[in-house]
Write a protein that binds this ligand. Structure first.
Ligand code: 8X3
Length: 258
């Protein structure tokens, strides 16, 4: 991970969960951080904590809703000179809303999931890619999901959005094949973060459901893998990492202790 020392890493959705854990892992590896999220107060306290722990690490928090294309582009253009050369982009911001069947899921939920998970990821990628292309250097990490390759009932829209991310990631890798830019998909299974709380609208009991009877992954588990994937030698491109808890084998194969 010393290969990340002094590199610049942009993480979306860095206020909690996998994004926050990535901020901690990259700071530990000595990388400078651009942290973006809507909840800028959380970013500010995280930035303070990380710079106190790692004095050599610079942290630049930015209030950003990835759905807001103008805001995304303005933020990237306004980066201070020392943060402009982004080496690693972690497209982490994303969410699932509810488990309504396809027949009745609200268009509001459809829009929020697609606008964030798909169009938001496209916004940030398009804003950052010119810098990477100009330098012919960089690494784009898209945080997808097992839902990017498997669909399940109650997940039609979320799974469709992550399948879209998966296709975008693969096409992007093909388009960048003649460059020195690497593209990685991270496909986690059950990770216990605010993800489930958001999905179930703050209902703690329902949110706990997916993680009952097994040891789920933590944001830190995923962050370690993301740091690993982005700290190989430059000619090594880890295309996909699918990461499950030990007691999960697919979207449908989950063993729970009674
Ligand atoms: C989250 C994992 O199993 O809820 O992406 O789709 S799952």
């Amino acid at each position: 991970t010393s290969r990340l020392n002094g590199k610049t890493v942009l993480i979306t959705g860095a206020s909690a969960g996998i994004g926050e854990a990535c901020a901690r892992e990259y700071a530990r590896a000595g990388a400078h951080l651009i942290l973006t999220a809507r909840r800028v107060d959380r970013l500010a306290s995280l930035a303070k904590e990380l710079t106190a722990q790692h004095p050599a690490v610079r942290v630049h928090p930015i209030e950003m809703d990835v759905r807001n294309r103008e805001q995304v582009f303005a933020a990237i253009e306004a980066l201070p000179a020392e943060f402009r050369d982004i080496d690693v982009l972690v497209n982490n911001a994303g969410l699932a809303l509810g488990t309504e069947p396809a027949a009745t899921v609200s268009m509001e939920s459809v829009d929020t999931m697609f606008d964030t998970n798909v169009k938001g990821l496209i916004n940030v990628t398009q804003a950052v890619l010119p810098v990477m292309k100009k330098r012919n250097s960089g690494h784009i990490v898209n945080v997808s999901s097992v839902a990017g390759t498997q669909a399940y009932p109650g997940g039609s829209i979320y799974c469709a959005s992550k399948h879209a991310v998966d296709a975008f990631t693969r096409a992007l890798r093909m388009e960048l094949v003649s460059t020195a830019i690497n593209v990685t998909s991270i496909d986690p299974g059950l990770v216990e973060t605010e993800f489930s709380l958001v999905r179930f609208g703050g209902d703690k009991e329902r949110a706990a459901g997916p993680y009952v009877g097994l040891t789920p992954l933590s944001g830190e588990d995923i962050a370690e893998s993301i740091v690993f994937a982005t700290s190989r030698r430059p000619h090594v491109q880890i295309t996909t990492l699918q990461i499950f808890p030990t007691n999960q084998a697919s979207a449908y194969h989950i063993h729970r202790e009674q």
